[in-house]
Design a protein around this ligand. Structure first.
Ligand code: CA
Length: 225
């Protein structure tokens, strides 16, 4: 799960990031509205936490720009102002939820979980063929067998399961798993697909990670072709 935090008060941005990372989320933080709009428009985030009062472009402007570009990522808007007209403006501009500063960690987690659940992202497991990925334990399960995945293997497997039979490009996987700024290259995707194939085989899974030149990867059930 990747979350983008757009907040110009760096201490607050960094503490939100630390709280969410402590809960197992990957978090990127940016400190002005223009950067926020650019990052959020990549479409790789499961949630955007967006401050209202921002330099360059305010939170309402960021939200409007994202919705204009048909980026459907849920937006949790943060503001020190709690006046009704601001809430209405926020919801009108495309925010999904409002959290008034100051807030405590529990309120933040409650909002984040509610928004992720609402878009169906917060499920217990993803399945394909005879195999399930348990999201709480980061394990692949098949019949009686289970195998733990490393953090990158887990995120890569999650992305492949979300796409299922649809192809996902190496570039997309690289961005979603390793992040926009990372120095990882497409070869990393190939290497980790190799690790996943070994682990799938080890538990007797019938799931095949199929590679298609230039199109990337998709999942198939063995013996169905
Ligand atoms: Ca601010």
């Amino acid at each position: 799960m990747r979350i983008l935090v757009v907040e110009d008060e760096r201490r607050l941005a960094d503490s939100i990031a630390a709280l969410l990372e402590g809960k197992g989320f990957s978090v990127d933080a940016v400190y002005d509205g223009e950067a926020g709009a650019q990052y959020a428009a990549l479409g790789v985030y499961d949630l955007v936490i967006l401050d209202v009062m921002l330099p360059k472009l305010d939170g309402f402007g960021v939200a409007r720009e994202l919705r204009r570009k048909h980026v459907a990522t849920p937006i949790l808007m943060l503001t020190a102002r709690s006046a009704l007209e601001d809430r209405v403006a926020g919801l009108d501009s495309g925010a999904d939820y409002y959290l008034t500063k100051p807030f405590d960690a529990r309120e933040l987690f409650a909002c984040v979980n509610a928004l992720l659940r609402r878009q169906g992202a917060q499920v217990d497991e993803l399945t394909f063929g005879n195999t399930a990925l348990d999201l709480a334990s980061a394990s692949l399960l098949c019949g009686e067998h289970a195998i733990r995945l490393s953090a990158k293997e887990f995120e890569l497997m999650r992305q492949l399961l979300l796409a299922g039979e649809r192809n996902v490009s190496k570039e997309t996987l690289l961005t979603r798993v390793w992040g926009y700024d990372s120095e990882a290259v497409e070869n990393h995707v190939e290497v980790y697909v190799g690790f996943l194939r070994k682990k799938l085989a080890a538990i007797g899974s019938d799931v095949k990670i199929e590679a298609i030149r230039r199109l990337g990867y998709h999942l198939e059930v063995k013996g169905c072709d």
